[in-house]
Design a protein around this ligand. Structure first.
Ligand SMILES: Cc1cc2nc3c(=O)[nH]c(=O)nc-3n(C[C@H](O)[C@H](O)[C@H](O)COP(=O)(O)OP(=O)(O)OC[C@H]3O[C@@H](n4cnc5c(N)ncnc54)[C@H](O)[C@@H]3O)c2cc1C
Length: 274
């Protein structure tokens, strides 16, 4: 692992923004933040910072600008493509959003939820469900990934067919810009034809344009019934035909449609046999 000593005056300055408990600068404290989920990529950083409020994120960004330090935003670290890993960083800090993790608002009348960027996706889904609503973004990492990371990577998941990608599910973003200014794009409006849609620049930008600190999400009525079918088909063409017919017959209510090739089923049988 690449860990470089951090000059005491820089450590003091960083601690001044997020407090001593919000900084990890030793190898053991930083280890889990520098290792990609796959275990294939390990990065380096001067320190890992864990701001607990939007104003602390702003203070971190301003200080890093003054000190000339790079910033790597980190969500749940489930991205699988090493987007939050700096292979040999001598002059960057990782900014983990894990302590900025609250639900700010659930408005079941307007089907809107606002949350801090570090909120775990599953917690958002649970908060929506508690109000008889659905937040449909669903992926294998939902118990660990953060909604800010979902926005930054424009996550897809299993329900894209019906509900779209993260890009389609986000009504507004709040972002700390590279100069430390806060840009807030929460409007609560579904019908909004004012000017440029700036949030779309940040969605999918993988932390290159700013640190997302808050999200405003679209909720949906929770389906009253869900049916799942597992069908054996002879060909890929037959699957396409089935998909087309199922979309028409259900008035486009199919939320997920996945194909498992026979090779995968054979592999699964092998694992099962062990
Ligand atoms: C088992 C498993 C299943 C998965 N299934 C899917 C799937 O079906 N569909 C899919 O799209 N992905 C899937 N993924 C990939 C991953 O879960 C998603 O990309 C997820 O959106 C990443 O969120 P994260 O919080 O872990 O982000 P991280 O991995 O921490 O970061 C991802 C990128 O976003 C940036 N970033 C993170 N937080 C912020 C922030 N607050 N502000 C600015 N930039 C930020 C980081 O710098 C990095 O570039 C899966 C991963 C696993 C492990």
């Amino acid at each position: 692992m690449t860990v470089h000593g951090i000059p005491p005056e820089i450590l003091n300055a960083l601690e001044g923004t997020v407090g001593k408990s919000g900084v990890a600068a030793d190898a053991a404290g930083m280890a889990k933040y520098l290792l990609d989920w796959s275990g294939d990529h390990r990065g380096g950083a001067l320190a890992v910072l864990k701001p607990a409020s939007v104003s602390e994120v702003q203070a971190v960004v301003r200080l890093c600008g003054t000190l000339g330090l790079g910033i790597i935003p980190l969500g749940g670290n489930t991205g699988l493509v090493a987007g939050a890993i700096d292979i040999d960083s001598r002059s960057a800090v990782v900014v983990s959003l894990e302590r900025l993790n609250g639900i700010r608002l659930v408005d079941a009348d307007n089907f809107i939820l606002q949350a801090d960027a570090g909120c775990i996706l599953q917690h958002i889904k649970d908060a929506a469900e508690a109000q008889d609503c659905l937040f449909p973004l669903a992926l294998g990492a939902q118990g660990s990934c953060q909604i800010g990371g979902n926005a930054a990577s424009n996550a897809g998941g299993t329900n894209v067919l019906r509900y779209g990608m993260a890009r389609d599910l986000i009504l507004g973003l709040e972002v700390v810009l590279p100069d430390g200014e806060l840009w807030s794009g929460f409007s609560g409006l579904r019908k909004d034809n004012r000017g440029y849609d700036l949030k779309q620049l940040f969605i999918g930008s993988e932390g290159t344009l700013g640190i997302i600190t808050g999200v405003e999400l679209k909720l949906f009525p929770k389906p009253t019934r869900v049916e799942t079918a597992y069908l054996g088909l002879a060909s890929f063409e037959a699957a396409i035909t089935l998909f087309r017919q199922a979309r028409r017959a259900s008035s486009d209510l199919i939320s997920a449609f996945e194909i498992i090739g026979s090779e995968c089923i054979d592999l699964a049988r092998l694992i099962d046999a062990d």
